[in-house]
Design a protein around this ligand. Structure first.
Ligand code: PMP
Length: 428
């Protein structure tokens, strides 16, 4: 028996399903999860000492690859100074300043420890600031595991959502309206019916939780207009896209295409922590003043703004601002997705790909899906076989067809070529 198998059996005795986050269990694709021993650059090594080219990068944070020297140095120094004080530190100000410099839609930011906390708090802030309860989310978007966000569509626009998890009460779901991504007619109708009751709309601008689906330009533009007209706050959940699809995140990308575009509240995570537990939400000073201790919206955290995590995030943010960083990362990601598309075409496999910055998605489907139902209709059996063939060949892709992929600055052209070679054999 492989050491991965031994560890998986041992893990299942003491940890539910053997994992601390469900997707790691390989339930969607079958097989034994790899227990990772260490990472270096673009590679991770499992318990059987097998090497993989890592396209998950801890689900987004590891944009510099594993063990980047500048980040390691910053983290080591911070750890020597102290792990946690529960008191303010200068480094929190530095990180806040660094984030705000790159995200002009926000004037203030609050640091938290996970993406779940960031979106949960953003939603509470929106409700506190507007005095309204209801909000819109989208089918296929994931914003963490807060009760009111674990909700699927009801039977129609007049009925609000149903819990997707047991343990979530109908009460927690009753103010959540779930819409289909990119469905403009449905959006218009929802605002017509409920516009004046809506505190917020929360959306992943590029939905990495349905692999890779962009909000269409016309949709984003109209969504912004409707929110403004009805006094609802637009929350862009950039936990995944933030500092990953570009230095100015997805909102910077949309602002270039839609003049004047900006969200009211933004959430970040993953890259801003560089692999440490750190996330954030921010907005204008006018909205953020509602937050405790200034205002009545309560939010707190023992480890919020943790000194080691902020050191890791700061060092990461400084690296990604170096000249040419995103140009090189984008070009390498583009080389990967174009290469995959070419290999698929050579083998007559229906295939579509998209990428922005260091984030990518591919579908075993002839054109890019625009919503969750289409994503889930793509060829699951074929994806699972492809996933395992790639894994056997030493390429670690996300173990589910609805998850995005990530390239890091440590990936070389040689890594991309090796990946394409593996894909050629797999798709054959
Ligand atoms: N929002 C988005 C867009 C995410 O992708 C995720 C996690 N993948 C979250 C929120 C939740 O973040 P966390 O897992 O850190 O709680």
């Amino acid at each position: 028996m492989s050491r991965n198998q031994t560890l998986f059996e041992r893990a299942q005795r003491v940890i539910p399903g053997g994992v601390n986050s469900p997707v790691r269990a390989f339930r969607a694709v079958g097989g034994t999860p790899r227990f990772i021993q260490r990472g270096q650059g673009a590679y991770i090594y499992d318990a059987d000492a097998k090497r993989y080219i890592d396209y998950i990068g801890s689900w987004g944070p590891m944009i510099l690859g594993h063990g980047h020297p500048a980040v390691l140095e910053a983290v080591t120094k911070a750890a020597q100074e102290g792990f946690s004080f529960g008191a303010p530190t200068e480094r929190e100000i530095e990180l806040a300043e660094e984030i705000l410099k790159l995200v002009p839609s926000m004037e203030q930011v609050r640091l938290v420890s996970s993406g779940t906390e960031a979106t949960m708090s953003a939603l509470r802030l929106a409700r506190g600031a507007t005095g309204r309860s209801k909000f819109i989310k989208y089918e296929g978007c994931y914003h963490g595991h807060t009760d009111s966000l674990l909700v699927k569509a009801g039977s129609g626009l007049a009925t609000f959502g149903h819990p997707t998890s047991s343990g979530v009460t109908p009460g927690a779901a009753q103010d959540t309206l779930v819409l289909e991504y990119n469905n403009l007619a449905q959006l218009e109708e929802a605002f017509q019916r409920h516009g004046k009751e809506l505190a917020a709309v929360i959306i992943e601008p590029i939905a990495g939780n349905m692999n890779f689906v962009r909000t269409q330009l016309a949709y984003m533009k109209r969504l912004r207009e409707l929110c403004t007209q009805h006094g609802a706050l637009l929350i862009l959940d950039e936990v995944m896209t933030g500092f990953r699809v570009g230095l100015h995140s997805a909102q910077g990308h949309y602002a270039q295409l839609i003049p004047g575009f900006k969200p009211d509240i933004s959430t970040f995570g993953k890259v801003i922590g560089g692999g440490m537990p750190l996330a954030a939400f921010g907005a204008s000073r006018d909205i953020m003043k509602h937050l405790a201790p200034l205002g009545g919206v309560y939010q707190a955290g023992t480890l919020s703004g943790n000194p080691v995590a902020t050191a890791c995030g700061l060092a990461t943010l400084r690296e990604i601002q170096k000249p040419g960083f995103f140009e090189t990362l984008s070009a390498r990601t583009r080389r990967l997705v174009d290469g995959l598309a070419a290999v698929a075409a050579d083998n007559g496999v229906p295939f579509s790909v998209d990428a922005q910055g260091g984030m990518f998605g591919f579908f075993l489907f002839p054109q890019l899906p625009q919503n969750y139902a289409t994503v889930m209709s793509t060829d699951k059996e074929r994806f699972n076989r492809f996933f395992h063939a790639m894994l056997d060949a030493g390429v670690y892709l996300a173990p589910a067809l609805y998850e995005a992929g990530f390239v890091s600055a440590a990936h070389t052209d040689a890594d991309i070529d090796a990946t394409l070679e593996a894909a050629r054999s797999a798709l054959r």
